[in-house]
Design a protein around this ligand. Structure first.
Ligand code: ADP
Ligand code: ZN
Ligand code: ZN
Length: 724
């Protein structure tokens, strides 16, 4: 629709339209345009911006001569066209986006446009109309509507919902949890259940109830490609419903289609990754966040939002229940679900499901103390895999059972080394080593991607004998194959699975029993339901104990427990399932708690440490990040930024404890020839930190302008940072 050309008289309406204005322009992204007719907020429009025509969202209808900001030098331009045919974006969508922009310190326009399907921004009204017609037609022919993103999936609309009789009978603890959920209340729920305790079944029942009530369900998962089983389960359970998925692996056209179906109310259930938290859902009735502790819910660049936290906010905004689920909740959520009397905030209601379905026990944890092994080998370096562990794996192979060996480092060896001259395989562009990948004989940088063929001889001294140092999954696979002749050893990591379908194929061969020993990174610890694994081993888990990031221990505990959950999923093998941990620090509290599967004890201890150190969840953090041509440029900006806000810091209430730390290089300080530095901001009161950040923004923008000349490339505020 092309609105009639507005005349600059009282007949025209002034609209506030958000467009994607870059942050450094200083504009928040709301610009004024004229329209001959009033358009309701939430309408998608095409407007001129400079010499381009861009997509924007009507945010407000303004009084004709209001005092809202007007681009000073330009007279007002008119809206070019309305992207009609789409429902108006709901008010709660605008509220969510507005909140996210303010909380994460980004421009409103940037945030609003970022969360729309990328394809939508490319289309004009005619092109969009064509897409919508095609979609309408597809929706009218039931079998043609793909479920999730799999065109070959269960045909939607045609199958009747499965009869209730096919549902499993609820376990007592599932029934209890569902009763608490049904009783409702405004508090978010934290479903704390062991792996295999039936959490997914609880999500599905709760989703069923919402669907039956005519509502839409938003089900969020960390990484959709790692959980094909969940997708299949959802599709099977809700065979009569329209299910769509939303994640970055879809084609732009698929993503637009699925998003449109959600907005139209034509999709009943959205299964998506973090970006799906912004899906407009006019009939929203339930939000589920599975594996709520997973770091991938936090966006790590651009607008660094936490989809888990926004899900909780959105549920509050839309007055719908939200359920966070995990076997190892984030300490933030755990603290929120602890009653006030126990030192928590009492904001969430915790539902506990300690028992696994079918009563299968978690595997017995065996801590393999490398110090003992060292003694046994008369002081010689212990072999990469100690004898008792190899024997235990060999036993499984003999019995026709499977083992999973976890090593969170891919490649053959993390570095190559020349023992003659000391050369090491550094990356010329990063402050990092290049990893030796034997399969394609490359030296590859995992930070910038720079890759070269492995040199035959030392590039510095010509020594022919350059050696791999340390071990990654490729080498572990080789060592296991050598140590266990006859065993079929397989591997799953990001290298093996980079081609589409490779992960599925590899998983299928594990399920079919074609692999005896599976080597993998954290990728295999997540979600997969392996039936015949009776031994899980972590061969090098100690690094996390001494990492500088205060969340490293929390993540490691979650990973190990999740990995343990891969073992003994069938009751008949659960009895003799084991989790082996090869460590130099067997008495460390993390491993001691793991051995007892005592997450609560681990969490209590961690929280005590956090409280003493003034760290989250007892304080709020923000990280000011900078990238420069030199380390001085990056740090110089941060120091100037800190100086610029001295008065603001002084004005903050003393009780809030607002504090800026010195600027420091990031742990990997140079990536792709860009130097990176950061400055941590800590505050005991979230609201004070928020006010400070929004006031500081303008000053930092000004500082950044000045520092561009001295080599500053980029800067950003990261609120509630995960990577420290
Ligand atoms: P979680 O999500 O906590 O890991 P799941 O919901 O995947 O647990 O349940 C683990 C296994 O038990 C799955 O194979 C699931 O189909 C099965 N299951 C779940 N609930 C029940 C039940 N009430 N009765 C029988 N089997 C169940
Ligand atoms: Zn050399
Ligand atoms: Zn590099």
């Amino acid at each position: 629709m092309t609105p009639p050309e507005p005349r600059l008289d009282e007949a025209a309406v002034r609209l506030g339209v958000v467009v994607d204005a870059p942050q450094h322009s200083g504009l928040l992204g709301v610009l004024d345009y004229l329209s001959a007719v009033p358009l309701p907020p939430g309408t998608l429009v095409r407007v001129p911006l400079g010499r381009r025509v861009v997509t924007g969202v009507v945010w407000a209808v303004l009084p004709p001569s209001g005092d809202a900001p007007v681009l000073a030098t330009e007279s007002l331009k008119a809206v070019i066209e309305v992207l009609d045919g789409l429902p108006v974006l709901p008010p709660t969508w605008r509220q969510l986006v507005g909140f996210a922009a303010a909380y994460y310190q980004r421009g409103l326009g940037e945030m609003a446009l970022m969360v729309l399907p990328p394809e939508l921004r490319q289309l004009d009204a005619v092109q969009l109309q064509r897409r919508l017609k095609r979609l309408d037609k597809a929706l009218a022919t039931p079998a043609a509507v793909p479920t999730a993103d799999a065109p070959a999936g269960v045909p939607a609309d045609v199958l009747p919902a499965p009869a209730a009789a096919t549902l499993p009978e609820l376990s007592p603890q599932q029934a209890l949890a569902l009763r608490a959920l049904a009783a409702g209340g405004a508090r978010p729920f934290l479903l704390w259940g062991s792996t295999g305790s039936g959490k997914t079944e609880v999500y599905l029942r709760q989703a069923q109830a919402a669907l039956d009530a005519g509502r839409q369900v938003l089900m969020m998962v960390p990484e959709i490609n790692l959980t094909p089983q969940l997708e299949a389960r959802v599709a099977e359970r809700f065979a009569g419903r329209r299910i769509v998925s939303l994640h970055s692996g879809l084609t732009p056209a698929q993503r637009l289609r699925n998003w449109v179906m959600a907005l139209q109310g034509n999709a009943d259930l959205v299964l998506g990754t973090r970006l799906s938290v912004f899906t407009p859902l006019p009939r929203l009735g339930l939000i589920v966040v599975d594996e709520e502790h997973d770091p991938s819910y936090k966006q790590q660049d651009g607008a660094r939002y936490s989809a888990r936290d926004l899900a909780v906010y959105r549920a509050h905004l839309e007055k719908v229940p939200v359920m966070l689920g995990s076997a190892t909740p984030s300490l933030e959520s755990w603290h929120n679900a602890l009653p006030v009397a126990e030192g928590g905030s009492g904001r969430y209601l915790r539902l506990d499901m300690p028992e696994r379905i079918g009563g299968g026990d978690m595997p017995r944890v065996r801590l393999l103390d490398q110090n003992h092994v060292l003694k046994a080998t008369m002081g010689q370096e212990p072999p990469p895999l100690s004898r008792p562990l190899l024997d235990a794996i060999a036993q499984r192979v003999e019995r026709g059972e499977q083992s999973l060996v976890l090593l969170n480092r891919r490649g053959y060896a993390p570095v190559l080394h020349c023992s003659d001259c000391g050369w090491k395989s550094g990356c010329p562009h990063c402050s990092a080593w290049r990893v030796f990948h034997k399969a394609d004989r490359t030296l590859r940088c995992h930070h910038c991607g720079f890759s070269e063929r492995v040199p035959r001889a030392c590039p510095d001294c010509g020594n022919q004998d350059i050696q791999p140092v340390g071990r990654g999954t490729e080498r572990l696979e080789e060592q296991l194959a050598a140590a266990l002749p006859g065993a079929r050893v397989g591997r799953i990591d990001a290298d093996v699975t980079k081609h589409k379908g490779a992960l599925e194929a590899q998983l299928a061969s594990v399920h079919a029993g074609e692999v005896d020993v599976l080597v993998g990174t954290q990728m295999v610890a997540k979600g997969h339901d392996f039936r015949r694994i009776t031994l899980v081993a972590a061969v090098n888990p100690d690094a996390a104990l001494f990492a500088s990031d205060f969340r490293a221990a929390e993540r490691q505990f979650a990973l190990l427990l999740q990995a343990a959950g891969r073992a003994g999923r069938d009751a008949d093998v659960a009895g003799h399932s084991e989790m082996w941990v090869q460590t130099w620090h067997a008495t460390h509290p993390l491993y001691q708690a793991l051995q007892r599967y005592d997450f609560a004890a681990f969490a209590t201890r961690q929280l005590q440490e956090r409280q003493m150190a003034g760290l989250p969840p007892y304080a709020s953090l923000a990280m000011l990040r900078a990238e420069g041509k030199t380390q001085e440029a990056a740090q110089g900006f941060l120091e100037a930024a800190a100086t610029a806000v001295q008065d603001l810091v002084a004005q903050a209430p003393e009780a809030a404890g607002l504090m800026l730390y010195p600027a420091v290089p990031t742990p990997v300080q140079r990536v792709a020839n860009v130097e990176r530095a950061q400055l941590m901001i800590e505050c005991g009161q979230r609201a004070v930190l928020q006010r400070f950040l929004s006031e500081a923004q303008a000053m930092w923008l000004a500082q950044a302008q000045q520092h561009r000349r001295s080599g500053l490339i980029r800067w950003a505020v990261d609120v509630d940072p995960l990577a420290i």
